[in-house]
Design a protein around this ligand. Structure first.
Ligand code: GLY
Length: 371
C-alpha cells in the first residue's frame, strides 16, 4: 500500500545526493533546501534517509553515499565543530550508529562512541541534567533541558550496550526521569523546556522556545515526547516511561484536526493561514509505531494507535508529500521550524522527511530506523 510513496521518496533522496555531492541540506525558507556544511543539528537526518533507502532498495548507490559522509562526521566530532548542544544524538545515531547497525563498520562504531562521550560531557551533576544548549555555565541555558533531548538519549543507551560503561546508561536514565517529572504536565501536555538552578538543581520554571507561549503545547515537542519516552522504555523497561508515552499520545490524538496533521502548537488560535507542522505528525507516527511494538498484544490502545498511524500517514502521503512535484527537494510540505521566531514557518523540514520515510519503511518492511 505504501510502495508508491516510498518509491517516490527514495528517488528524491537519490536526486538530491546526485545534484549536491558532499553537501548537506539546511533549513531554508521558500520550500527548498540550502546545501552546505555539517554545522547544524540536522545533518544526520539526511544520512539516515540514505540508510533507509539502502535497506529498502538494496541499491549500493545509497550505501556508498551514506558511507561517504562518515569521514565528515568523524572530523566534526574530532574537532568539536558546532557541538555545544545536546543534538549529538540526532546527528550520530542516524549517521555513525546507523552505519554500524547496517554494515558492522568498526570505524563507524568508534565515531559513534566518541560522539556518545561528547554528549556525556554535557551532564551537569549539580543540576542532574544533560544541558541542552550552550557551554557549561551559560547564564541563560546552563540549567536548561528541552523535550527534544529524549531522542538524543538512545545514543547513550547504545554506548552502554557497546561498552558496558554504566555511566552512559545512568545519565540517560536520570535525564529521562527528570524530563518525565518536569516537562510532562498532569493532563498529558508538555513544556518544551524547563529551567533548573544550575548550581543546586532546584526546579525554576517551565517555558517554551519554539512554541506559542510558555504554557502552551508545541506539537513537535509533544511528538518528541511520544517517541522519546517509548524509546526510553525500550532501553530501560521502566514501565512508567511507556505510560508517559501513551499519555502524551492520547493528548496529541484528542487534538488532531480534521485532516489528521497537526498545526504547529495545540494552543495557537486557528486562523485561515495558521501553519501546520507536518514533521510533528511524521514523528508521532514513528512514536506510535514504536509503541505498537512495545505494548502487550491485548492492550486496549492498540486499535486506536493503529488507526491514527494509518490515517495520519495517509493524509501525509496524499496531501503533504511532494509526489506531484518531481523536482522538489523535500518529501513533505508544510513543516514549520520556528513560527514565533519567524524562521521557516511553512517549508520542508529534513527531519520531517526522515521520519516520514522511517514510518513508511517500518510499516512496509518492519525496518525500525536507527535509534
Ligand atoms: N530539535 C529542534 C527542533 O525540533 O526544532
Amino acid at each position: 500500500m505504501w510502495s508508491n510513496a516510498i518509491e517516490n521518496a527514495v528517488v528524491k533522496v537519490k536526486k538530491n545526493v546526485a545534484k549536491h555531492p558532499g553537501k548537506l541540506p539546511h533549513i531554508t525558507e521558500g520550500q527548498r533546501y540550502e546545501w552546505g556544511e555539517n554545522d547544524d543539528w540536522i545533518e544526520g537526518f539526511y544520512v539516515g534517509m540514505m540508510w533507509l533507502a539502502y535497506e529498502y532498495s538494496d541499491e549500493s548507490f545509497y550505501k556508498e553515499a551514506a558511507e561517504s559522509f562518515l569521514a565528515n562526521f568523524k572530523d566534526r566530532v574530532d574537532r568539536h565543530v558546532m557541538l555545544d548542544h545536546h543534538d549529538i544524538g540526532f546527528l550520530y545515531s542516524l549517521s555513525a550508529v546507523a552505519q554500524w547497525r547496517v554494515t558492522g563498520s568498526e570505524e563507524a562504531r568508534s565515531v559513534a562512541l566518541k560522539a556518545a562521550e561528547t554528549l556525556f560531557a554535557r551532564w551537569r551533576p549539580e543540576a542532574g541534567i544533560i544541558q541542552a544548549w550552550g557551554k557549561e555555565g551559560d547564564p541563560e541555558n546552563g540549567g536548561r533541558i528541552i523535550i527534544d533531548c529524549l531522542l538524543n538519549l538512545p545514543l547513550l543507551f547504545w554506548a552502554f550496550e557497546q561498552t558496558g560503561e554504566q555511566k552512559y546508561y545512568d545519565i540517560a536514565y536520570k535525564h529521562a526521569l527528570k524530563s518525565q517529572k518536569f516537562l510532562v504536565r498532569g493532563d498529558g501536555s508538555s513544556y518544551h523546556t524547563f529551567y533548573f538552578d544550575s548550581q543546586n538543581g532546584h526546579a525554576l520554571r517551565g517555558g517554551t522556545h519554539q512554541g506559542y507561549e510558555d504554557g502552551s503545547t508545541w506539537t513537535r515537542g509533544q511528538a518528541w515526547g511520544i517517541y522519546g519516552f517509548a524509546l526510553a522504555y525500550r532501553y530501560t523497561k521502566n514501565e512508567s516511561f511507556l505510560q508517559t508515552s501513551k499519555q502524551l499520545a492520547h493528548y496529541f490524538i484528542q487534538r488532531l484536526p480534521e485532516d489528521n496533521v497537526v498545526y504547529w502548537d495545540f494552543d495557537v488560535p486557528l486562523e485561515q493561514n495558521t501553519p501546520r507542522d507536518s514533521s510533528a505528525s511524521a514523528i508521532t507516527a514513528c512514536g506510535l509505531l514504536e509503541l505498537l511494538e512495545l505494548l502487550d498484544t491485548n492492550d486496549s490502545d492498540r486499535q486506536l494507535f493503529e488507526k491514527v498511524v494509518q490515517d495520519s500517514m495517509k493524509s501525509l502521503a496524499d496531501n503533504y508529500a511532494t509526489t506531484d512535484l518531481p523536482d522538489a527537494q523535500g518529501l513533505l510540505k508544510h513543516g514549520s521550524y520556528h513560527v514565533r521566531g519567524e524562521r521557516a514557518p511553512d517549508d520542508y523540514m529534513i527531519w520531517g522527511d526522515y521520519y516520514y520515510l522511517e514510518a513508511l519503511i517500518r510499516m512496509q518492511r518492519g525496518i525500525k530506523g536507527y535509534w
